[in-house]
Design a protein around this ligand. Sequence first.
Ligand code: SF4
Length: 144
Amino acid sequence: MTTRRHLIQIIPVLPLASIAGAASLLTACGKKETAVVPAEAPPAAPPSPAVATTPAPAAPAAPAATAGLPLLDEKEPAAVALGYANDATKTDKAKYPKYADGQNCANCVLYQGAADSAQGGCPLFPGKNVSAKAWCSAYAKKGA
Ligand code: SF4
């Protein structure tokens, strides 16, 4: 009897035309060959993190929502403490020598009103608006 083992041994010496026949004989032996499945490739590495990009420039700070807030009274203690004057040109220059002509809330870095607004917020006086034409001793030139 021709065994499967015997056929496997003689297949290499058979001419190519006989190989198909030998395969048929193997099948006829009733023993199924288990297919050799190549091992699966390891899963692909996760994509590398995106290359750091230059952060987008920060948007200019939106003006604080100060519409409807009352105008700061220059007689309020907090206003008096900082030498706040609703009209910057009336600032006491002897008491506040740092004041210079042209300085006012509208061109102060802390002013939160729009560029063309008559009044806007100031973090030093929460809950109140300051006049764009006002000034106080905490003034700091915008863009300086
Ligand atoms: Fe005006 Fe600037 Fe003084 Fe605020 S800190 S009251 S914006 S001058």
